[in-house]
Design a protein around this ligand. Structure first.
Ligand SMILES: CC(C)(COP(=O)(O)OP(=O)(O)OC[C@H]1O[C@@H](n2cnc3c(N)ncnc32)[C@H](O)[C@@H]1OP(=O)(O)O)[C@@H](O)C(=O)NCCC(=O)NCCS
Length: 181
């Protein structure tokens, strides 16, 4: 499949809300921290450090893609992608996360739009592939699969999933930026 096809396939479906997905701006930083904190406060798996991770990625220059969902001028969601390393030396791989949607507005397609737009941005950056640590029930719908070739130590294999845009798919241990430590 060509890269143009990849981009076409990742086009987001329209939402009934006037919900805009766009790159973050400096004036959004506080609202991004706020929506991440509120989303993870009610999440099943959360460390409470997710907003700080995004701030540190930004400070480290590793926030490769940072998108907000905006409704009527209000930030209601956020998703990030940052570069990851793979122990076999493969280049051009990124990790998605965290992804957060205002608890009052979940299950309306906003999280899905954010993930699709992040993937479209990574394809446009000519990324080799992308990993995510999360619920297969949510991420599987975007094409993520747990092949078992990419490993995130300490996590059950089925929760660590990837999409590859270039072959061969690498094998090895995946490392996130120090911001995640
Ligand atoms: C995960 C999250 C970003 C999804 O946002 P959203 O706007 O609700 O997503 P969408 O409306 O596009 O999709 C909702 C679908 O995903 C499913 N889903 C959402 N979170 C899920 C989870 N933790 N496990 C399984 N399925 C999940 C819903 O069941 C729903 O499926 P359905 O449409 O078949 O009913 C949002 O729930 C959130 O902010 N959660 C707290 C933070 C978090 O856990 N982030 C993910 C890890 S980085």
């Amino acid at each position: 499949m060509s890269r143009a096809d990849d981009l076409q396939n990742l086009k987001t479906p329209d939402l009934p809300d006037p919900c805009l997905i766009r790159s973050e701006r400096e004036c959004d930083f506080a609202a991004i921290g706020d929506v991440i904190t509120r989303a993870f406060a009610v999440a099943e798996h959360a460390s409470g450090t997710e907003a700080a991770i995004v701030e540190r990625l930004r400070q480290n220059g590793k926030l490769a893609v940072s998108l907000v969902a905006e409704i009527e001028g209000r930030i209601v969601g956020h998703a990030a992608a940052s570069p990851v390393t793979i122990s076999d030396g493969a280049l051009g791989w990124f990790g998605i996360g965290p992804v957060a949607v205002d608890p009052a507005l979940q299950r309306r397609g906003i999280g899905g739009r954010l993930v699709r737009e992040i993937l479209a941005n990574l394809v446009a950056l000519e990324a080799s592939g992308c990993v995510v640590l999360g619920e297969p029930a949510f991420y599987g719908r975007f094409g993520f699969r747990a092949s078992g070739q990419l490993i995130y130590p300490g996590m059950p294999g089925e929760y660590f999933q990837e999409i590859a845009w270039k072959t061969p798919i690498p094998s090895g241990i995946v490392g996130y930026d120090v911001a995640f430590e």
